[in-house]
Write a protein that binds this ligand. Structure first.
Ligand code: C2O
Ligand code: CU
Length: 478
């Protein structure tokens, strides 16, 4: 499925400037929120007469921005006004297991009409997000997601703190969500369900209004089901200051922009020069074309003096324990299956089944270590505080995007495929803590983390169709 846009970077830009209000940063000081998951409508396409029926937190997409200070308790009372059971997962937060929102592992699903209160204290500052963990492949695709911002004790010196939540939608010509593609086994066994419409913050062409000379923090969040986005601001020179919530030593983003796989976050700080009325495009490059995703717009006002400090100072590190140099346990995680390398057989719910039965009777087309879907027993069990090295192999022809719950890891090494043994490649996230990692076909990656959060935690592919069709497991910290 190809993304379509009216605006390409090379095309002449539209004459009329539409400036939308952007909610002020830090507006909500409270630490208690109520959220309703319910149907709503959103204007996802440019034609203002077309509204799309979505499911959203408080009926909106994205849902309300939740803000809390690092180390402060937060409570979110969630009411399910949908016709199916649900749950809410706080992606990337290292919180108590009972609050992790995984039905069947950490809680019962929240039935229609029921309420559940999540209470937790985020230990790490940064950019996170929330989304259902029940039929996520449908519920997230219909619009159920929002940003959760954990504020640093001392915020960086910026004039704006803005969200850029990027999503693709699969809409029909009438602007309605294509429902018949939900559960499509072809998508599940290939790259996942791809959209044809791109939105930033739930809008067809988001306009982020700043003043000339402003320094802006942009929090990029990828909420696609499966598409790996590549976002860039070609006219500006943004610094990358954090990945997956965790500070990195600021470095300039390459002109290729920032890769944002499903669930990943990247924080940018960027200085915006220019004159009132300038529209600076934010583009999406994954398809090779420069599709305009939205704009930074310079509003009226006297330009500020340029900042004197060139590079922004690094954000304070979060209290994550570095893994030990020698692991207490090394665990293998081998991914198999999918189109063109279909599973011959795999275990599913304790039974060994052939690939055809797995796919046609159970919708399972992928496996971790020869097991499709959530196994009854954990991938591994560890005592609290142990360093775990996870040696992952993607033996499929497709990309996968592995997400670890309740913990953050560092990547130790990456091996690209190659006939004469492996070539080590480094990624720009090397050494940074992260919770979601993209792997290419036939790559190997070794990640390491301290299992210091007691409970039962999922590991899964965050390409949500892959998760649903086999790529899910869990581990237990005792
Ligand atoms: Cu963002 Cu297991 O999920
Ligand atoms: Cu996958």
């Amino acid at each position: 499925m190809k993304l379509t846009r009216r605006d390409f970077l090379e095309s002449s830009l539209a004459a009329t400037v539409v400036i939308c209000a952007v909610p002020p940063a830090g507006a909500a000081a409270g630490q208690a929120y109520n959220l309703e998951l319910r149907p709503g409508t959103a204007q996802l396409v440019e034609d203002r007469s077309v509204l799309t029926n979505i499911w959203g937190f408080d009926g909106k997409v994205p849902g309300p921005v939740l803000r809390v200070k690092q180390g402060q308790p937060l409570s979110v009372t969630v009411t399910n006004r949908l016709e199916q059971p649900t749950s809410v997962h706080w992606h990337g937060l290292r919180i108590a297991n009972a609050m992790d929102g995984v039905p069947g592992l950490t809680q019962e699903p929240i039935a229609p009409g029921e309420t559940f209160t999540y209470r937790f204290t985020p230990p790490d500052a940064g950019t996170y997000w929330y989304h259902p963990h029940q039929r996520a492949w449908e519920q997230v695709a219909r619009g159920l997601y929002g940003a959760l911002i954990v504020e640093e004790d001392s915020a960086p010196d910026v004039d704006h703190d803005m969200l850029v939540i990027a999503d693709d939608w699969y809409l029909g010509d009438d602007g309605a969500i294509d429902e018949k593609s939900f559960g499509n086994l072809h998508d599940w066994s290939h790259a996942g369900r791809m959209g044809n419409i791109l939105t930033l913050n739930g809008k067809p062409y988001e306009h982020l209004e700043v003043a000339s000379g402003d320094r802006v923090r942009l929090r990029l969040i990828g909420t696609t089901n499966a598409r790996v986005l590549q976002l860039a601001i070609p006219n500006l020179r943004p610094w990358i200051v954090a990945h997956d919530g965790h500070p990195v030593t600021p470095y300039l983003a390459s002109s290729d922009g920032v890769e944002l796989s499903p669930g990943q976050r990247t924080d940018l700080i960027v200085d915006v020069p220019g004159k009132p009325g300038d529209k600076i495009p934010i583009v999406e490059l994954s398809a090779g074309d420069k599709l305009v995703a939205g704009y930074i717009v310079i509003g009226e006002g006297t330009p500020k003096a340029r900042r004197t400090t060139a590079t922004p100072t690094a954000l304070a590190a979060n209290p994550v324990t570095r893994p030990a140099a020698v692991a207490d346990q090394t665990v293998n995680l081998t991914m198999t299956g999918g189109a063109m390398r279909f599973l011959a057989s795999a275990q599913f719910k304790g039974e060994q089944l052939d690939g055809r039965t797995l796919a046609l009777d159970h919708g399972q087309t992928w496996a971790f270590n020869g097991v499709s879907g959530m196994p009854a027993s954990p991938l591994f069990t560890t005592r609290r505080g142990e360093t775990i090295n996870l040696k992952m192999r993607n033996d499929t022809l497709w990309q996968h995007n592995i997400h670890l719950h309740g913990h953050h890891f560092v990547e130790l090494s990456r091996h690209a495929p190659g006939g004469d043994g492996a070539r080590t490649v480094t990624t720009d996230r090397a050494d940074a803590f992260q919770d979601t990692i993209l792997m290419q076909s036939d790559e190997q990656s070794e990640i390491s983390f301290v299992a210091d959060n007691p409970g039962k935690w999922m590991i899964h592919c965050h390409m949500l169709e892959h998760q649903a069709s086999g790529m899910a497991t869990w581990f237990e910290v005792t």
